[in-house]
Design a protein around this ligand. Sequence first.
Ligand SMILES: [Ca+2]
Ligand SMILES: [Ca+2]
Length: 190
Amino acid sequence: MATRTIWISACAVLLLCGAAHSHRQQRCSSGWRFFNNRCFKIIPTPTAFYKAEEACQRENAHLASLHTVAENAIMRSLVQGARLDTSGAWIGGADDVSEGHWYWLDGSPFNYIDWAKGQPDNYGNEDCLMLTPYDHLRWNDLRCDNLRPYICAKKSGRGSDGGSDDTELKMTDVSCAPSQPCSYTTGVCG
Ligand SMILES: [Ca+2]
Ligand SMILES: [Ca+2]
């Protein structure tokens, strides 16, 4: 287990190197990280779900929707890199309109899921979506008034000198030892 933890950390360090590249490009403003035509930002301040969404909207973003294995894995690695893997983080899904009918706050199709074991369980009326520390940052429904860090996302913009040589975060940024390959389903090494 100690070995696994070490390689998760190594994974995060290399991922942050990839993020540093993204700061030199113009597709995302400072503090945001570019991946798959969107810009993502992790805000570590523990915040209730809809307060977090309001904060994202003030930056023309929403709580992040996730649509692919790669996006999901990259977000997990970013959360780990920010050392928030013990608190988890809100992402932008909810089933508060109709129980069991999940939607993304940004209006995109809810076409991918990665529920943690036994989730969603709506325990005590849980209607908001988070990456849970209890199962490798897979998904859990949680009561919306809980305070958690959160991930905002928005479409990438084209800066005045946005170039074609932008560096994008990619799965190869999640690098691990050959004996502990990075899992494309969990986004962690081993
Ligand atoms: Ca629910
Ligand atoms: Ca739950």
